[in-house]
Design a protein around this ligand. Structure first.
Ligand SMILES: Nc1ncnc2c1ncn2[C@@H]1O[C@H](COP(=O)(O)OP(=O)(O)OP(=O)(O)O)[C@@H](O)[C@H]1O
Length: 466
Protein backbone atom coordinates (compact mmCIF):
# COMPACT_ATOMS: atom_id res chain seq x y z
CA UNK A 1 0.00 0.00 0.00
CA UNK A 2 2.81 2.33 1.03
CA UNK A 3 4.60 1.67 -2.25
CA UNK A 4 1.48 2.27 -4.28
CA UNK A 5 0.97 5.60 -2.55
CA UNK A 6 4.52 6.51 -3.26
CA UNK A 7 4.14 5.74 -6.98
CA UNK A 8 0.83 7.60 -7.17
CA UNK A 9 2.25 10.60 -5.34
CA UNK A 10 5.17 10.67 -7.75
CA UNK A 11 2.95 10.69 -10.81
CA UNK A 12 -0.06 12.54 -9.47
CA UNK A 13 0.58 15.67 -11.50
CA UNK A 14 1.00 13.70 -14.73
CA UNK A 15 -2.16 11.76 -13.94
CA UNK A 16 -4.08 14.99 -13.41
CA UNK A 17 -2.69 16.33 -16.67
CA UNK A 18 -4.44 13.51 -18.55
CA UNK A 19 -7.88 14.69 -17.38
CA UNK A 20 -10.13 15.92 -20.17
CA UNK A 21 -11.36 18.74 -17.87
CA UNK A 22 -9.41 21.62 -16.42
CA UNK A 23 -8.66 21.20 -12.71
CA UNK A 24 -8.05 23.98 -10.20
CA UNK A 25 -7.10 23.02 -6.64
CA UNK A 26 -7.22 25.50 -3.79
CA UNK A 27 -7.09 25.18 0.00
CA UNK A 28 -9.59 26.38 2.61
CA UNK A 29 -8.02 29.82 2.73
CA UNK A 30 -8.50 30.18 -1.03
CA UNK A 31 -4.83 29.73 -1.87
CA UNK A 32 -4.26 28.25 -5.35
CA UNK A 33 -2.26 25.04 -5.04
CA UNK A 34 -2.34 23.55 -8.47
CA UNK A 35 -3.80 23.81 -12.00
CA UNK A 36 -3.53 21.02 -14.54
CA UNK A 37 -2.52 21.29 -18.17
CA UNK A 38 -6.10 21.33 -19.48
CA UNK A 39 -6.86 24.22 -17.14
CA UNK A 40 -3.89 26.08 -18.59
CA UNK A 41 -5.11 25.38 -22.09
CA UNK A 42 -8.69 26.44 -21.38
CA UNK A 43 -7.85 29.65 -19.59
CA UNK A 44 -4.53 30.59 -21.11
CA UNK A 45 -3.23 31.00 -17.52
CA UNK A 46 0.11 29.52 -16.54
CA UNK A 47 0.88 27.71 -13.28
CA UNK A 48 3.40 30.33 -12.26
CA UNK A 49 0.80 33.10 -12.74
CA UNK A 50 -1.77 31.66 -10.33
CA UNK A 51 -0.22 29.10 -8.01
CA UNK A 52 0.38 30.61 -4.59
CA UNK A 53 -2.19 33.33 -5.20
CA UNK A 54 -5.48 33.66 -3.38
CA UNK A 55 -8.59 33.21 -5.51
CA UNK A 56 -9.97 36.48 -4.16
CA UNK A 57 -7.01 38.44 -5.44
CA UNK A 58 -7.41 36.71 -8.83
CA UNK A 59 -10.92 38.14 -8.91
CA UNK A 60 -9.58 41.57 -7.95
CA UNK A 61 -7.07 41.35 -10.80
CA UNK A 62 -10.00 40.74 -13.14
CA UNK A 63 -8.86 37.24 -14.11
CA UNK A 64 -12.02 35.55 -12.82
CA UNK A 65 -15.53 36.88 -12.43
CA UNK A 66 -16.77 34.05 -10.22
CA UNK A 67 -15.02 31.80 -7.79
CA UNK A 68 -16.46 28.76 -6.05
CA UNK A 69 -13.98 28.30 -3.26
CA UNK A 70 -15.47 30.59 -0.56
CA UNK A 71 -18.98 29.19 -1.08
CA UNK A 72 -17.84 25.56 -0.92
CA UNK A 73 -15.73 26.22 2.15
CA UNK A 74 -18.73 27.86 3.79
CA UNK A 75 -21.36 25.26 2.84
CA UNK A 76 -19.29 22.11 2.46
CA UNK A 77 -21.37 21.27 -0.60
CA UNK A 78 -20.53 20.85 -4.28
CA UNK A 79 -21.66 23.63 -6.56
CA UNK A 80 -21.74 24.61 -10.24
CA UNK A 81 -21.39 27.96 -11.93
CA UNK A 82 -20.59 29.41 -15.34
CA UNK A 83 -17.35 31.37 -15.41
CA UNK A 84 -16.78 34.10 -17.94
CA UNK A 85 -13.09 34.72 -18.63
CA UNK A 86 -11.67 38.10 -19.59
CA UNK A 87 -11.31 36.90 -23.22
CA UNK A 88 -15.05 36.15 -23.34
CA UNK A 89 -14.71 32.37 -23.17
CA UNK A 90 -17.27 30.61 -20.98
CA UNK A 91 -16.46 27.71 -18.71
CA UNK A 92 -18.77 25.57 -16.64
CA UNK A 93 -17.20 25.20 -13.22
CA UNK A 94 -18.06 22.28 -10.93
CA UNK A 95 -16.54 22.56 -7.50
CA UNK A 96 -16.21 19.78 -4.90
CA UNK A 97 -14.98 19.88 -1.30
CA UNK A 98 -12.35 17.37 -0.16
CA UNK A 99 -12.47 16.46 3.56
CA UNK A 100 -9.64 15.33 5.83
CA UNK A 101 -9.84 12.47 8.36
CA UNK A 102 -11.50 14.78 10.90
CA UNK A 103 -14.26 15.69 8.44
CA UNK A 104 -12.99 19.22 7.94
CA UNK A 105 -12.62 20.65 4.46
CA UNK A 106 -9.01 20.67 3.41
CA UNK A 107 -9.19 21.27 -0.33
CA UNK A 108 -11.53 22.53 -3.00
CA UNK A 109 -11.34 20.87 -6.43
CA UNK A 110 -12.82 22.88 -9.26
CA UNK A 111 -13.28 21.18 -12.61
CA UNK A 112 -13.65 23.47 -15.61
CA UNK A 113 -15.25 22.45 -18.89
CA UNK A 114 -15.32 24.50 -22.02
CA UNK A 115 -18.97 24.95 -23.00
CA UNK A 116 -18.22 25.63 -26.63
CA UNK A 117 -18.42 21.87 -27.14
CA UNK A 118 -21.83 21.91 -25.41
CA UNK A 119 -22.89 24.83 -27.56
CA UNK A 120 -21.85 22.80 -30.58
CA UNK A 121 -23.97 19.94 -29.36
CA UNK A 122 -26.86 22.30 -28.72
CA UNK A 123 -26.54 23.62 -32.25
CA UNK A 124 -26.51 20.09 -33.63
CA UNK A 125 -29.60 19.28 -31.56
CA UNK A 126 -31.27 22.44 -32.80
CA UNK A 127 -30.43 21.43 -36.35
CA UNK A 128 -31.96 17.99 -35.80
CA UNK A 129 -35.03 19.50 -34.22
CA UNK A 130 -35.36 21.85 -37.18
CA UNK A 131 -35.09 18.94 -39.56
CA UNK A 132 -37.77 17.02 -37.66
CA UNK A 133 -39.97 20.12 -37.73
CA UNK A 134 -39.56 20.44 -41.48
CA UNK A 135 -40.35 16.79 -42.00
CA UNK A 136 -43.43 17.17 -39.78
CA UNK A 137 -44.46 20.26 -41.72
CA UNK A 138 -44.19 18.38 -44.96
CA UNK A 139 -46.06 15.40 -43.54
CA UNK A 140 -48.81 17.73 -42.33
CA UNK A 141 -49.05 19.24 -45.78
CA UNK A 142 -49.13 15.82 -47.36
CA UNK A 143 -51.94 14.90 -44.99
CA UNK A 144 -53.93 17.78 -46.44
CA UNK A 145 -53.70 16.17 -49.81
CA UNK A 146 -56.64 13.89 -49.41
CA UNK A 147 -58.93 13.32 -52.35
CA UNK A 148 -61.25 16.25 -52.90
CA UNK A 149 -64.60 15.76 -51.16
CA UNK A 150 -67.49 14.63 -53.30
CA UNK A 151 -69.15 17.59 -54.97
CA UNK A 152 -72.88 17.70 -54.69
CA UNK A 153 -75.00 20.05 -56.74
CA UNK A 154 -78.09 20.12 -58.94
CA UNK A 155 -78.17 23.76 -59.99
CA UNK A 156 -77.35 25.10 -63.43
CA UNK A 157 -75.13 27.75 -61.91
CA UNK A 158 -72.93 25.15 -60.26
CA UNK A 159 -72.62 23.02 -63.39
CA UNK A 160 -71.48 26.13 -65.25
CA UNK A 161 -68.88 26.74 -62.53
CA UNK A 162 -67.69 23.14 -62.79
CA UNK A 163 -67.22 23.51 -66.55
CA UNK A 164 -65.35 26.77 -66.02
CA UNK A 165 -63.04 25.29 -63.40
CA UNK A 166 -62.26 22.31 -65.61
CA UNK A 167 -61.11 24.73 -68.28
CA UNK A 168 -59.09 26.82 -65.80
CA UNK A 169 -57.53 23.76 -64.20
CA UNK A 170 -55.83 22.70 -67.43
CA UNK A 171 -54.24 26.11 -68.11
CA UNK A 172 -51.93 26.43 -65.10
CA UNK A 173 -53.19 30.01 -64.72
CA UNK A 174 -53.66 31.63 -61.33
CA UNK A 175 -57.23 30.98 -60.22
CA UNK A 176 -59.19 33.29 -57.95
CA UNK A 177 -62.20 31.81 -56.16
CA UNK A 178 -64.66 34.24 -54.65
CA UNK A 179 -67.57 33.38 -52.44
CA UNK A 180 -69.17 33.84 -49.07
CA UNK A 181 -67.92 31.91 -46.09
CA UNK A 182 -68.86 28.23 -46.20
CA UNK A 183 -69.89 28.32 -49.84
CA UNK A 184 -67.34 25.71 -50.92
CA UNK A 185 -64.26 27.68 -52.02
CA UNK A 186 -61.96 25.15 -50.38
CA UNK A 187 -63.67 22.22 -52.10
CA UNK A 188 -63.40 23.93 -55.47
CA UNK A 189 -59.76 24.83 -54.94
CA UNK A 190 -58.93 21.17 -54.29
CA UNK A 191 -60.95 20.17 -57.29
CA UNK A 192 -59.05 22.62 -59.50
CA UNK A 193 -55.75 21.13 -58.37
CA UNK A 194 -56.94 17.56 -58.82
CA UNK A 195 -58.07 18.33 -62.38
CA UNK A 196 -54.76 20.03 -63.25
CA UNK A 197 -51.52 18.63 -64.64
CA UNK A 198 -50.03 19.04 -61.18
CA UNK A 199 -52.48 16.62 -59.60
CA UNK A 200 -49.75 14.17 -58.50
CA UNK A 201 -47.85 16.97 -56.78
CA UNK A 202 -48.31 18.70 -53.46
CA UNK A 203 -51.26 21.03 -52.89
CA UNK A 204 -50.52 23.17 -49.92
CA UNK A 205 -53.21 25.24 -48.23
CA UNK A 206 -52.09 28.39 -46.46
CA UNK A 207 -54.55 30.27 -44.33
CA UNK A 208 -53.35 33.84 -44.93
CA UNK A 209 -55.66 35.16 -42.21
CA UNK A 210 -54.22 32.76 -39.67
CA UNK A 211 -50.50 33.48 -40.01
CA UNK A 212 -49.20 35.82 -37.38
CA UNK A 213 -48.09 39.16 -38.78
CA UNK A 214 -44.43 38.91 -37.78
CA UNK A 215 -43.94 35.39 -39.04
CA UNK A 216 -45.80 35.70 -42.30
CA UNK A 217 -42.82 36.49 -44.45
CA UNK A 218 -40.61 33.71 -43.13
CA UNK A 219 -43.46 31.21 -43.20
CA UNK A 220 -44.32 31.97 -46.80
CA UNK A 221 -40.84 32.48 -48.17
CA UNK A 222 -38.51 30.80 -45.65
CA UNK A 223 -35.40 32.26 -44.10
CA UNK A 224 -31.65 31.94 -44.27
CA UNK A 225 -29.40 31.06 -41.31
CA UNK A 226 -29.08 33.95 -38.87
CA UNK A 227 -31.96 35.91 -40.44
CA UNK A 228 -33.33 36.87 -37.04
CA UNK A 229 -32.96 36.06 -33.35
CA UNK A 230 -34.28 32.58 -32.75
CA UNK A 231 -33.83 31.56 -36.39
CA UNK A 232 -32.44 28.08 -36.91
CA UNK A 233 -28.78 27.93 -37.85
CA UNK A 234 -29.74 25.99 -40.97
CA UNK A 235 -32.47 28.26 -42.28
CA UNK A 236 -35.88 26.99 -43.25
CA UNK A 237 -37.89 26.53 -46.41
CA UNK A 238 -41.13 28.51 -46.66
CA UNK A 239 -44.46 27.32 -48.01
CA UNK A 240 -43.63 28.38 -51.58
CA UNK A 241 -40.51 26.23 -51.60
CA UNK A 242 -42.31 23.27 -50.03
CA UNK A 243 -45.00 23.55 -52.72
CA UNK A 244 -42.43 23.81 -55.53
CA UNK A 245 -43.72 21.87 -58.54
CA UNK A 246 -47.23 21.79 -57.11
CA UNK A 247 -50.00 24.18 -56.12
CA UNK A 248 -50.31 26.63 -53.27
CA UNK A 249 -53.81 27.52 -52.12
CA UNK A 250 -53.85 30.95 -50.50
CA UNK A 251 -57.07 30.95 -48.54
CA UNK A 252 -58.34 34.32 -47.29
CA UNK A 253 -55.86 36.09 -49.59
CA UNK A 254 -57.69 39.35 -48.84
CA UNK A 255 -56.26 39.23 -45.30
CA UNK A 256 -52.63 39.51 -46.43
CA UNK A 257 -50.87 42.65 -45.23
CA UNK A 258 -49.75 45.17 -47.86
CA UNK A 259 -46.02 44.26 -47.51
CA UNK A 260 -46.91 40.60 -48.00
CA UNK A 261 -49.00 41.49 -51.04
CA UNK A 262 -45.92 43.13 -52.56
CA UNK A 263 -43.92 39.96 -52.04
CA UNK A 264 -46.66 37.77 -53.42
CA UNK A 265 -46.80 39.97 -56.51
CA UNK A 266 -43.12 39.27 -57.07
CA UNK A 267 -43.70 35.51 -56.97
CA UNK A 268 -46.55 35.82 -59.46
CA UNK A 269 -44.60 38.12 -61.78
CA UNK A 270 -41.14 36.57 -61.72
CA UNK A 271 -41.67 33.10 -60.28
CA UNK A 272 -39.07 34.00 -57.65
CA UNK A 273 -39.04 34.07 -53.90
CA UNK A 274 -36.63 35.77 -51.56
CA UNK A 275 -35.90 34.03 -48.27
CA UNK A 276 -35.74 36.37 -45.30
CA UNK A 277 -32.08 37.30 -44.83
CA UNK A 278 -31.10 36.15 -48.35
CA UNK A 279 -29.34 38.39 -50.86
CA UNK A 280 -30.44 36.59 -54.01
CA UNK A 281 -33.81 35.17 -55.08
CA UNK A 282 -34.69 31.53 -55.76
CA UNK A 283 -36.81 30.28 -58.63
CA UNK A 284 -39.97 28.40 -57.74
CA UNK A 285 -42.55 26.78 -59.96
CA UNK A 286 -45.80 27.02 -58.08
CA UNK A 287 -49.35 27.38 -59.28
CA UNK A 288 -51.38 29.77 -57.18
CA UNK A 289 -55.03 29.34 -56.35
CA UNK A 290 -56.38 32.13 -54.18
CA UNK A 291 -59.69 32.49 -52.41
CA UNK A 292 -61.44 35.15 -50.43
CA UNK A 293 -64.84 36.03 -49.08
CA UNK A 294 -63.99 39.72 -49.34
CA UNK A 295 -64.93 41.98 -52.18
CA UNK A 296 -61.40 42.50 -53.49
CA UNK A 297 -62.42 45.28 -55.90
CA UNK A 298 -63.77 47.24 -52.94
CA UNK A 299 -60.61 46.49 -50.94
CA UNK A 300 -58.60 47.95 -53.85
CA UNK A 301 -60.70 51.12 -53.81
CA UNK A 302 -60.25 51.35 -50.03
CA UNK A 303 -56.45 51.04 -50.44
CA UNK A 304 -56.31 47.76 -48.48
CA UNK A 305 -55.40 45.59 -51.46
CA UNK A 306 -52.82 46.33 -54.16
CA UNK A 307 -54.43 47.07 -57.48
CA UNK A 308 -51.64 45.41 -59.50
CA UNK A 309 -51.91 42.24 -57.40
CA UNK A 310 -55.66 42.25 -57.84
CA UNK A 311 -55.23 42.38 -61.64
CA UNK A 312 -52.68 39.56 -61.45
CA UNK A 313 -55.00 37.38 -59.38
CA UNK A 314 -58.16 38.28 -61.22
CA UNK A 315 -57.27 36.36 -64.40
CA UNK A 316 -59.32 33.20 -64.11
CA UNK A 317 -61.98 34.06 -61.56
CA UNK A 318 -64.97 32.08 -60.37
CA UNK A 319 -67.60 33.22 -57.96
CA UNK A 320 -69.26 30.44 -55.99
CA UNK A 321 -72.86 31.60 -55.51
CA UNK A 322 -74.21 31.57 -51.97
CA UNK A 323 -76.58 28.72 -51.24
CA UNK A 324 -79.63 31.01 -51.18
CA UNK A 325 -79.00 31.78 -54.87
CA UNK A 326 -79.16 28.06 -55.74
CA UNK A 327 -81.90 26.53 -53.58
CA UNK A 328 -82.01 23.48 -55.90
CA UNK A 329 -78.68 22.40 -54.34
CA UNK A 330 -80.08 22.40 -50.80
CA UNK A 331 -82.07 19.10 -50.85
CA UNK A 332 -79.30 17.02 -52.49
CA UNK A 333 -76.69 18.53 -50.15
CA UNK A 334 -78.89 17.86 -47.12
CA UNK A 335 -79.42 14.24 -48.25
CA UNK A 336 -75.69 13.86 -48.85
CA UNK A 337 -74.75 15.11 -45.38
CA UNK A 338 -77.53 13.05 -43.80
CA UNK A 339 -76.11 9.91 -45.37
CA UNK A 340 -72.62 10.85 -44.28
CA UNK A 341 -73.56 11.38 -40.63
CA UNK A 342 -75.94 8.41 -40.52
CA UNK A 343 -72.96 6.25 -41.45
CA UNK A 344 -70.85 7.90 -38.79
CA UNK A 345 -73.42 7.58 -35.98
CA UNK A 346 -75.03 4.32 -37.14
CA UNK A 347 -78.50 5.83 -37.32
CA UNK A 348 -81.27 5.59 -39.91
CA UNK A 349 -83.11 8.83 -40.68
CA UNK A 350 -84.94 10.27 -43.66
CA UNK A 351 -86.11 13.77 -44.50
CA UNK A 352 -89.77 14.23 -45.32
CA UNK A 353 -90.17 15.99 -48.67
CA UNK A 354 -91.76 18.94 -46.94
CA UNK A 355 -88.79 19.24 -44.60
CA UNK A 356 -86.44 19.51 -47.55
CA UNK A 357 -88.73 22.10 -49.15
CA UNK A 358 -88.74 24.06 -45.94
CA UNK A 359 -84.95 23.93 -45.80
CA UNK A 360 -84.77 25.19 -49.37
CA UNK A 361 -86.58 28.38 -48.37
CA UNK A 362 -84.10 29.29 -45.65
CA UNK A 363 -81.31 31.68 -46.80
CA UNK A 364 -78.39 29.83 -45.09
CA UNK A 365 -76.15 32.80 -44.24
CA UNK A 366 -73.41 30.30 -43.31
CA UNK A 367 -73.97 28.50 -46.61
CA UNK A 368 -73.06 24.84 -47.09
CA UNK A 369 -71.15 24.75 -43.82
CA UNK A 370 -74.23 25.87 -41.90
CA UNK A 371 -76.34 23.26 -43.66
CA UNK A 372 -73.77 20.58 -42.92
CA UNK A 373 -73.61 21.55 -39.24
CA UNK A 374 -77.38 21.63 -38.95
CA UNK A 375 -77.69 18.13 -40.42
CA UNK A 376 -74.87 16.95 -38.17
CA UNK A 377 -76.62 18.09 -35.00
CA UNK A 378 -79.94 16.75 -36.27
CA UNK A 379 -78.44 13.29 -36.69
CA UNK A 380 -77.00 13.45 -33.20
CA UNK A 381 -80.16 14.69 -31.49
CA UNK A 382 -83.03 13.18 -33.51
CA UNK A 383 -84.19 9.64 -32.98
CA UNK A 384 -86.07 9.42 -36.26
CA UNK A 385 -86.80 7.75 -38.49
CA UNK A 386 -88.58 10.66 -40.25
CA UNK A 387 -87.38 14.24 -39.99
CA UNK A 388 -90.42 16.54 -40.06
CA UNK A 389 -90.33 20.34 -40.45
CA UNK A 390 -90.90 20.83 -36.72
CA UNK A 391 -87.70 18.86 -36.05
CA UNK A 392 -85.71 21.62 -37.71
CA UNK A 393 -84.32 24.48 -35.63
CA UNK A 394 -86.79 27.35 -35.17
CA UNK A 395 -84.63 29.79 -37.11
CA UNK A 396 -85.06 27.58 -40.18
CA UNK A 397 -88.79 26.96 -39.97
CA UNK A 398 -89.37 30.60 -39.13
CA UNK A 399 -90.77 29.69 -35.68
CA UNK A 400 -94.54 29.65 -36.13
CA UNK A 401 -95.93 32.00 -33.56
CA UNK A 402 -99.65 31.67 -34.28
CA UNK A 403 -102.09 34.07 -35.87
CA UNK A 404 -102.59 36.22 -32.77
CA UNK A 405 -99.41 38.13 -33.61
CA UNK A 406 -101.20 40.16 -36.29
CA UNK A 407 -103.45 41.68 -33.69
CA UNK A 408 -100.63 42.56 -31.34
CA UNK A 409 -100.16 46.00 -29.81
CA UNK A 410 -97.13 46.63 -32.03
CA UNK A 411 -98.99 45.91 -35.29
CA UNK A 412 -102.24 47.67 -34.29
CA UNK A 413 -100.49 50.90 -33.33
CA UNK A 414 -99.62 51.12 -37.02
CA UNK A 415 -95.91 51.75 -37.08
CA UNK A 416 -95.32 49.30 -39.94
CA UNK A 417 -96.49 49.66 -43.55
CA UNK A 418 -99.47 47.47 -44.45
CA UNK A 419 -97.44 46.03 -47.34
CA UNK A 420 -94.93 44.54 -44.90
CA UNK A 421 -97.63 43.11 -42.65
CA UNK A 422 -99.40 41.54 -45.64
CA UNK A 423 -96.13 40.08 -46.93
CA UNK A 424 -95.54 38.54 -43.52
CA UNK A 425 -99.01 37.05 -43.40
CA UNK A 426 -98.49 35.72 -46.90
CA UNK A 427 -95.27 34.05 -45.89
CA UNK A 428 -96.85 32.48 -42.83
CA UNK A 429 -99.69 31.23 -44.98
CA UNK A 430 -97.29 29.73 -47.53
CA UNK A 431 -95.23 28.02 -44.82
CA UNK A 432 -98.35 26.58 -43.27
CA UNK A 433 -99.60 25.44 -46.68
CA UNK A 434 -96.28 23.73 -47.44
CA UNK A 435 -96.42 22.02 -44.07
CA UNK A 436 -99.99 20.84 -44.63
CA UNK A 437 -99.65 19.73 -48.24
CA UNK A 438 -96.13 18.41 -47.96
CA UNK A 439 -94.71 19.96 -51.12
CA UNK A 440 -94.00 23.34 -52.62
CA UNK A 441 -95.01 21.94 -56.01
CA UNK A 442 -98.45 21.08 -54.69
CA UNK A 443 -98.93 24.47 -53.03
CA UNK A 444 -97.85 26.15 -56.28
CA UNK A 445 -100.53 24.20 -58.21
CA UNK A 446 -103.26 24.72 -55.60
CA UNK A 447 -102.81 28.46 -55.28
CA UNK A 448 -101.87 29.26 -58.88
CA UNK A 449 -98.47 30.60 -58.13
CA UNK A 450 -95.02 29.70 -59.46
CA UNK A 451 -92.72 27.53 -57.39
CA UNK A 452 -89.92 30.09 -57.80
CA UNK A 453 -92.28 32.88 -56.65
CA UNK A 454 -92.95 30.91 -53.48
CA UNK A 455 -89.22 30.61 -52.86
CA UNK A 456 -88.71 34.30 -53.58
CA UNK A 457 -91.50 35.38 -51.23
CA UNK A 458 -90.22 33.17 -48.43
CA UNK A 459 -86.64 34.32 -48.89
CA UNK A 460 -87.53 38.02 -49.01
CA UNK A 461 -89.08 37.46 -45.67
CA UNK A 462 -85.92 35.89 -44.30
CA UNK A 463 -83.89 38.90 -45.35
CA UNK A 464 -86.21 41.40 -43.79
CA UNK A 465 -86.50 39.30 -40.63
CA UNK A 466 -82.70 39.20 -40.24
N1 LIG B 1 -70.84 21.33 -53.42
C1 LIG B 1 -70.48 20.72 -52.28
N2 LIG B 1 -70.65 19.41 -52.14
C2 LIG B 1 -70.31 18.77 -50.99
N3 LIG B 1 -69.81 19.38 -49.91
C3 LIG B 1 -69.63 20.71 -49.99
C4 LIG B 1 -69.95 21.44 -51.17
N4 LIG B 1 -69.66 22.75 -50.95
C5 LIG B 1 -69.20 22.83 -49.71
N5 LIG B 1 -69.16 21.61 -49.10
C6 LIG B 1 -68.74 21.31 -47.72
O1 LIG B 1 -69.14 22.42 -46.93
C7 LIG B 1 -68.15 22.77 -45.97
C8 LIG B 1 -67.71 24.20 -46.20
O2 LIG B 1 -67.07 24.31 -47.47
P1 LIG B 1 -65.67 25.02 -47.67
O3 LIG B 1 -64.78 24.81 -46.49
O4 LIG B 1 -65.14 24.62 -49.01
O5 LIG B 1 -66.14 26.54 -47.70
P2 LIG B 1 -65.27 27.84 -47.89
O6 LIG B 1 -65.99 28.70 -48.88
O7 LIG B 1 -63.85 27.50 -48.21
O8 LIG B 1 -65.38 28.48 -46.45
P3 LIG B 1 -64.45 29.62 -45.76
O9 LIG B 1 -64.62 30.88 -46.55
O10 LIG B 1 -65.04 29.73 -44.40
O11 LIG B 1 -63.06 29.07 -45.78
C9 LIG B 1 -67.02 21.76 -46.17
O12 LIG B 1 -67.17 20.73 -45.23
C10 LIG B 1 -67.23 21.25 -47.58
O13 LIG B 1 -66.77 19.92 -47.69
Amino acid sequence: MGRSNEILARYVERILDTLPDGLFISDVSGMTLYINRMYEQLTGLKQERVVGKNVRSLVQEGIFDHILNPEIVRTGKPTTRVQQLSDGKKLVLSGFPVFDQTGAICLVLTFARDVTSLTDLQERLDGQRQLIEQINDQLAHMAQEHEPDALVFASQSMSRIMALLERFAATDATVLILGETGSGKDVFARLTHSLSLRKGKVMLKVDCGGISESLTESELFGYNPGAFTGASSRGKAGYFEIADGGTIFLDEVGELSLPMQTRLLRVLQDGEIMRVGASSPRKVNVRVIAATNRNLAECVEAGAFRRDLYYRLNVATVRIPPLRERPEDIPPLAEYFLKQYMGKYHKALAFMGVTLDMMATYPWPGNVRELQNMVHSLVITHNGPLVAPQDLPANITGGHTGDGRYYSEEILTGHRPLKDIMAEMERDFLRKAIEVHGSVQKVAGLFHINRSTIFRKLQNGRRSEE
